[in-house]
Design a protein around this ligand. Sequence first.
Ligand SMILES: [Zn+2]
Ligand SMILES: [Zn+2]
Length: 246
Amino acid sequence: VAPRTVGNPVFKIYQMAWVGLDWLYPPLCGGCQEPGSRWCETCQALTERIPDTICQICGVVLLNNGICPYCDQLRPPYQSLRAWAKYSDRIRNAIHRLKYAGDIALAEILARQLIQLVQKQAWQIDIVTAVPLGVSRMKQRGFNQSALLAFPLALGIGKPFRSKAISRVRETKSQVGLTASERIDNVKDAFQAKKEIVAQKRVLLVDDVITTGSTMIACTNALLQADALEVYCIALARPMNTNVLN
Ligand SMILES: [Zn+2]
Ligand SMILES: [Zn+2]
């Protein structure tokens, strides 16, 4: 996995520090537990990418590039949403390790995929932030897996990471197992953004996994209410069990 060289010297030092640590403490792969690297070549090769024929707005897979019927009918509040890979075993293992072990070395290597994905888009971005955890979950875990990805991503694209741009104003249930409309209700008005951080800014919003996109939509609405100019969304993975739309 040859990371694209990025001009930012802070980012280079950050990456070199991790290479040094890998040498001192040889890691296990976050996808398959094989020793030797944080994310091995096999996991990289076997992780299915989201194809290039997608809805230009929500990123859902289409037969041809265009706008999907959902976005055509009701445009999401964000400008566009992209994910790197299909949510499958190896990436699920890796995200699990980010979430429950706070593996920042693994986050750094996975964030390289997001850096490349952002660099392929014609997005104008001023600041980077992450979907926040609730206060109690944050206390339990001590870190936010989306912020672990957002920080090296921000370094890589040379934009400031603003971890406190959005907060959860009420606790929400886990989205797992909820239907699409239950998910929308579950996160509606659950977020608030800080005007002093986001006003007049174009924001890149980072999450680990997106399913229906309801959390991204709720966070985008919070950002826009706080006078953000535009919001772009990016995630490491999304399930592709839904049919390809024509
Ligand atoms: Zn592996
Ligand atoms: Zn769409």
